[in-house]
Structure formats: C-alpha cells, structure tokens
Design a protein around this ligand. Structure first.
Ligand code: MF3
Ligand code: CO
Ligand code: CO
Length: 265
C-alpha cells in the first residue's frame, strides 16, 4: 500500500487542501445543526446543504454520485445510511443522521451526525450515544502507522459492551481527490485490516453505524439507495474525516461548535 497510487500519502500542500475541505464541511454542519428540529422536512435540510455549498462556490459530492439524486443523505430511525431527502417531516422522538460531503477545490470533506428530535426514547438516546462514543474511542486509539483493524476492534468492543451491533456492509474509506478510495475502513476487525496500516499522510473516514438490534441490513428496492435495519430497530451513526499525521490523528471535520468527546446526548 505504501506506493499505491490509489492510497496516496499526502504532502504538505495536499494536507492543507484537505484541511480546508474538512473545515468548510464542518462549518456547513454547524449551519445544519441549527436547523434540525421538529417540523423541518429532510428535503428542507437538503436545500440548506445545497444552497450553502453552492453559494460558497463549492460542490455537494453526493449530488449525481452514482446517480444519487440529492446533495446530502438524511437517515431517519431504522434507516442506517443513504436515506434520500424528501417530504418527510421530522417529529418529536425521531433520530436523524445527516451526512454531508463537499468538494472544495477538488478535495473532499465527509462527516455525519445523528440528531435527536425533541424528547426521544432511552433506546434512541443510548444508540446515538454509542455511535458517538464509538467514533471518538476509535480515533483516540489511533497512532501513526497503526493497523486499520484497531478501529474495528475498539468499535466492536464498545458496541458489544452496550448490547448493540455494528453494521458490516457499509464502511469507512480513504478520501482525497476521490469520494471513496483506498484504504477500506471496516468498523469490525478483518484480516485485511490487520495487514494494512495508517501511516502519516493518509486521509480516511471513520463512520460507525450502530444498530439497537441485529447488524443485518436491507436495501430499498424502490429507490435503490435507502439502507434499513432488517429487524426494523433503530440505527445511529457519526462520521469524521481524519488525517493521520506524524503526531497522530487529526480530525479535519470539526469546528469549535461541534459536539466534543465526552458529550452526553
Ligand atoms: N457520505 C457517505 C459516506 O460517508 C456516502 C454517501 S454516497 C451517496 O461515505 F451517494 F449516497 F451520497
Ligand atoms: Co459521509
Ligand atoms: Co464517508
């Protein structure tokens, strides 16, 4: 992998470009966070994402990506990921993940947060907390050159401890000039991930999807995108773009306004 063009080690200039892309994406999430509340539709969230991105001269990566019809993903309750924004109006008790990816001067930033809509069930709160804690526990465990599998080990252990399951079919990924590139970042340990390492200059996402019930998924046959839990249980996710540096992992998609490690939902 060291010399693979599909997993380039970023130099000084490229790291700065990735930092700028992550920063813009995180500022957009700060805007979105202020609007997600009972009564807003997922389509209106998408409009906010689209308008803000275009007005700043950047590009929403999801729009047209492999035919995806909108500028972000909105995944409500039992939807694990890739929900398509539309007419659904968020209501008290829902949880919704908003996943935003922007292209800034050719470089990608990618992140998601799950939001609690008003008062939610203890189960909804707990699975959201678990996904959040799993993301930050995985990041905290990273060191320069560590195996990719460290991420899956930490996330799997935490989810098991809280009685939840980890989705396997959808994973984190390298990113840079491309939306999805090497390395693959599974959220459970795999033999390939034990062999691969995260050296300085690698940019990638960590984006654990945690289910209240079983880990299994179904893909919506009608729209070809929406991924749900097979058993109908709730699912939550958080995502950051990370740059591994000589000093350790750097979170690129966080401003001073985003929730920090230890945040209680
Ligand atoms: N943002 C998602 C990820 O974290 C990918 C969405 S692909 C799309 O990798 F086409 F649905 F936008
Ligand atoms: Co994403
Ligand atoms: Co991603």
């Amino acid at each position: 992998m060291l010399h693979s063009p599909r997993c380039p080690k970023l130099g000084k200039y490229e790291r700065a470009a990735m930092r700028a892309a992550g920063r813009f994406n995180a500022e957009l999430m700060d805007v979105v966070r202020q609007h997600v509340r009972p009564g807003i539709t997922t389509g209106e969230i998408d409009e906010i994402v689209h308008e803000y991105t275009i007005q700043h001269g950047h590009t929403p990566a999801p729009l047209g990506y492999q035919g995806f019809p909108k500028s972000c993903c909105t995944s409500v309750n039992d939807v694990i990921c890739h929900g398509i924004p539309g007419d659904y109006r968020l209501q008290e008790g829902d949880i919704v993940n908003v996943d935003i990816t922007t292209i800034v001067d050719g470089w990608h930033g990618d992140q998601s947060e799950t939001f609690l809509i008003g008062e939610v069930s203890p189960e909804a709160r707990a699975v959201t907390q678990c996904a959040f804690d799993a993301l930050y526990a995985a990041i905290a465990a990273l060191t320069p050159g560590c195996p990719v599998a460290r991420i899956g080990e930490v996330i799997t252990e935490l989810a098991a401890k809280r009685g939840f399951s980890v989705v396997r079919e959808y994973i984190g990924h390298g990113l840079g000039r491309q939306f999805h590139q090497d390395p693959s970042i599974p959220h459970v340990p795999t033999s390939k991930a034990r062999r691969e390492r995260l050296g300085p200059g690698v940019a990638f996402t960590v984006e654990p999807m945690i289910n209240v019930g079983q880990r299994y998924t179904t893909l919506d046959k009608q729209d070809g995108w929406t991924v749900r839990t097979r058993d109908g249980s709730l699912s939550a996710q958080f995502e950051h773009t990370i740059l591994m540096t000589e000093e350790g992992p750097e979170i690129l998609t966080l401003t001073e306004h985003g929730p920090r490690p230890g945040h209680q939902f």
